[in-house]
Structures are given as C-alpha cells and as structure tokens.
Design a protein around this ligand. Structure first.
Ligand SMILES: C[S@@+](CC[C@H](N)C(=O)[O-])C[C@H]1O[C@@H](n2cnc3c(N)ncnc32)[C@H](O)[C@@H]1O
Length: 283
C-alpha cells in the first residue's frame, strides 16, 4: 500500500492509487478514482498535487474560484524540421497531437485563464465568447528563438481569460492585455515552464486572497508557486511523475531555511526522479 505523504512531503508512491486507510488519510485530501482512493502526491497548507490524468481527477474535486492552466500545444514531439531539427525536448503531448486538444475541461467553469497556441486560438476564443466577459492576453517575448524558412518569429503566445462580471481584480500594474516577459529564464527542466512573473499577474487578475485555483496541466507547478506566493491555494494535477516531483520541490522552497537543508531536499528529489525516469534530472 502506498505511504501517505506528510505535509510538505513528497509521496514515495508517486501518488498512485491504493486503499486509503481511514487513519492514514486523516488530514489529507484523498479522492476516490476508479473505486480506489488516491492520495495526493504532495500536500501542504496551500498546495495539493495529484499525480494522474486530469480527466479522472477533476470530477472528484471540490469547488475552486479560478482555473488557470497551460495545456499541451498542438506540437508533435519527436524529430521535426525547421532550423532546430530535434524536438525531443518537447513535452510528450499524449493524445493532444494532431490538433486534438480537448478543451472540455473548461466546460462549466466560470472563471478561467487558458494558455494556447495560435492554432488552438479559434477553439479557445469560441469557448470564451460564451462567457459574459472575456479578454485575449498576448505574452510578448522580447528574446524569441531565431527562425528561418519564411516564418514569423515565435515571439508571442496567447492567454484567454473568460470570466463572470466582478471577477477581475488587481490594479493598473497587472491589467495590460500585452505582457512582456522574456522566455528562457527557467528555474526547472520542464520544457514548457512559464515565467513565474507572468503567471503571478494572472493569479492577481483572476483571484483574491485565500481563494483556490485549479491547474489540471500543472507541469513544473508554476501556478502553484504563484498561488502560494500570493496567498492563494492551489490544486495541481500532472500526469508525469517527474514533473510532479519538480512541482513538489518548488512548493517546498518556502519551508527551507538554509542552503544545507535545500541541498538535502534536492538530493531526495533527484533520487526520486531517477527512480521514476533514470534519464531525467531535477534542474
Ligand atoms: C504545457 S505543460 C504545463 C507547463 C506549466 N505551465 C509550467 O509552467 O511548468 C502541460 C503539462 O500537462 C501535462 N499533461 C498532459 N496531459 C495531461 C493529462 N491528461 N492530465 C494531467 N496532466 C497532463 C504534461 O505532462 C505537461 O507537463
């Protein structure tokens, strides 16, 4: 039976399903998936991380005030053309290739931010337009990867915000529809980590202190980190264990009190990632 992770502790089991013994589950947000109890991969007072497929987990969750997420773009992993040939660094897009991202996770949500590619924009915008209010935010990158072959520079990405009236917060500093943030200053090895400052602005725009944010495609946990820093709560879901581990490591940062302790947690996280995927490293 998988061990229940302690607060702020990463689960050895990788968050797999297992019987949840009442005593063990006390204080943790176990959920029932496929008639089994699933324990969080990680949990502290602000952030809960589930390791699994959002399609199974989201229906079991409680209420949240904001959904902020960054689903896989319609990009094929594996070898590709263009200037840079090898695209193995791209995250495994699973069933989302061939333009097939299913945005059903936005159904019935009345306050959401969704990152998307240019190709996904028509679908996401049509969903947004069924909401009382919506806006298209452009993330402008002043340092794009150079390109050739008659292509525009990859210097913008899009974030759509759809929301109910009265759910837009923050002041002038965060309310611009174009947000300029360089890409590449990543703090983890997740190939699609988004800039923390950019995600923090979105958290400020779409939620208030103490509210709960859901991210069903959590990756390295940028949404959770921003939520925690800004006094919100977050529930993160990630299908790949190595990324759960990276996210858990990031969530734990605030409780670290010195370089020595940091090094210990780093070593533990490295070892767990190596077990899940020997070819991968934490940072
Ligand atoms: C674009 S990345 C998110 C990156 C994130 N915003 C960050 O800053 O690190 C999308 C993530 O969704 C995960 N994913 C893909 N399909 C999923 C599914 N069905 N359920 C949960 N996570 C999934 C991928 O493993 C990947 O880490």
């Amino acid at each position: 039976m998988p061990r229940m992770a302690g607060a702020g502790e990463v689960g050895d089991s990788g968050g797999g399903t297992g019987e949840c013994v009442a005593g063990l589950s006390q204080g943790f947000d176990c959920i029932r998936v496929d008639c089994m109890m699933m324990q969080p991969y990680y949990q502290d007072e602000s952030v809960t991380i589930y390791h699994g497929d959002y399609r199974e987990i989201v229906p079991e969750l409680g209420e949240f005030e904001l959904l902020l997420t960054d689903p896989p773009y319609d990009i094929h992993a594996g070898t590709g053309g263009g200037c840079f040939g090898d695209r193995d660094h791209l995250v495994n897009t699973g069933g989302f290739t061939d333009g097939g991202c299913d945005f059903g996770f936005l159904d019935g949500v009345d306050n959401w931010f969704c990152f998307c590619s240019r190709k996904q924009l028509p679908v996401v915008l049509s969903l947004a337009q069924s909401m009382p209010r919506w806006n298209l935010i452009t993330w402008c990158k002043p340092n794009p990867v150079p390109t050739c072959n008659n292509k525009y520079l990859p210097d913008v990405e899009y974030v759509t915000h759809a929301f109910q009236s009265g759910r837009l917060f923050g002041d002038m500093r965060v309310k611009s529809s174009f947000m300029v943030h360089p890409c590449g200053n990543k703090t983890t090895r997740h190939p699609n980590e988004k800039p923390l400052k950019l995600v923090s602005k979105l958290v400020t725009l779409g939620s208030q202190l103490g509210e709960t944010i859901l991210d069903p495609f959590a990756g390295s946990g940028t949404t959770g980190r921003a939520a925690k820093d800004l006094g919100r709560k977050a529930v993160l879901i990630e299908i790949e264990e190595r990324y759960c581990e990276i996210a858990a490591y990031r969530m734990r940062q605030e409780v670290l009190s010195g370089i020595e302790k940091d090094a210990t947690y780093f070593a533990i996280a490295e070892a767990r990632i190596a077990r899940a995927d020997p070819a991968y490293r934490l940072l």
